[in-house]
Design a binder for this molecule. Sequence first.
Ligand code: GLN
Length: 536
Amino acid sequence: MAAKYIFVTGGVTSSLGKGIISASLAKLLQARGFSVTIQKFDPYINIDPGTLNPYEHGECYVTEDGAETDLDLGHYERFLNVATSQANNVTTGRIYNHVITQERQGAYLGKTVQVIPHITDEIKRRMLLLGESGEFDIIITEIGGCVGDIESLPFVEAVRQLRWELGVNETCVIHLTLVPYLKAAGELKTKPTQHSVRDLSEAGVQPDILVCRSEYPIPADLRKKIALFCNVKINSVIESLDADTIYDVPLLMRKEKLDERVIGKLKLPHRADPNLDSWKDFLGRLKNPTAEVNIALVGKYVELPDAYKSIIEAFVHAGSANECKVNIKWFQSETINEENVASLLQDKHGVLVAPGFGERGFKGKLEAIKYVRENNIPFLGICLGMQCAAVEFARNVLKLDNAASTEMDPETPHPIIDMMADQKQITQMGGTMRLGAYICELKKGSKAYSIYGKSRISERHRHRYEFNNKYLTDFENAGMMATGINPDTGLVEVIELNNHPWFVAAQYHPELKSTVLNPHPLFVKFVKAAINYTKN
Ligand code: GLN
């Protein structure tokens, strides 16, 4: 069967949750036996989100093949349990970059290069790319931004052309809108939905299905009104209520029969009713915890939880696996110092020091780590968090004065964390870190080995600096063991403390591989250690 294409657009406002709706629909279709993937087209000029400040756009999600992508790809992977790749995230910048490079190579044979057809042709080529692999029955394409924005226009135009080229039953357009409740009037309002559908129709795209975000149930007469004014069937007006957890959304969409409408529109064969047993088991455990822990998350971007999206979700997965409610307590590392660290952390059952970049808040992270190391509180360090754990140990246990990472102090006498030689040559910012999946060998008998239950693992990376192996013997003699090593390069990937109940830190990002069906072992065991700590 040739792949079918579903496009998800949004109107009225951003942040309506197109990513979650796309992932939920994909989950339902996958649970019926279809092979599905999701891709995100973002209308900004950055080639990828790798250079964006997390405050701008939340976390940068990294795929197996080392693409720095939008955080929605994290949702796709967490819901579907299938890896995405570079091809799953395309920006306006990447499209233009390709077209302009082609133009410089003379590929357009003297023609004037224009938005239509050249930019839209390139958008269409990329929209169809994953479908041509033969691997997928259904490709869901989420268009970032809002319909009606100037920058979204070429994408909507590409969708219009594709619908026409591929034929009526080959594509389906789902438009996400908002049905706001006006308190003063005591009413739900459909006008914003009507306007945004009109915008989309003016661009030549008539949506097949409307998913209406609403704080209150949308009554039948209002659904009828929306259907009438927006030219969709009444059963294709889907209500999407605010949910307790994003993981409820697939079940809510099932109740609204979103999957059935899509199958009907695309004339897909009825394979099976969706089997959501393991998903429901996950939700059951999540909603009926038998334990509760408070975990401190120490980081630099804590004002915007989206900056740590995958970490938060990995805790949700690990919480469910342990039937434990995990409360994340946020700490801006800049505010932690020697005086207040005990009062801030003494009642926590675990501390995670987060990934990050730059000097700000570095000292506070070291204080937090010193405290948990000396007080036997479970600790998980991720990327910069692992580098901080190494620096703290060097300063306070090995007594190496002013030991540091050269990222924070290029002149340090003890560069415990340093840039690798090949990184020093690099001047370009985007896509030049150590990115994507690398193999790591865990030492038998180590905590890391017992956590994973095997010695060979593969985890994703995003960093420039590395543990400096010159110091390895001193570290190990003092009880900080390197228990995960990259077998090809000898780089240290995991460190752990011998004389501590649970002190593990990784140079890689375990949070990027945690999914609903495969909660990450490091998070699962860290939460378990926190539960044990509550029993002390
Ligand atoms: N800034 C550190 C580095 O580049 C850590 C990066 C991270 O935490 N992702 O090596």
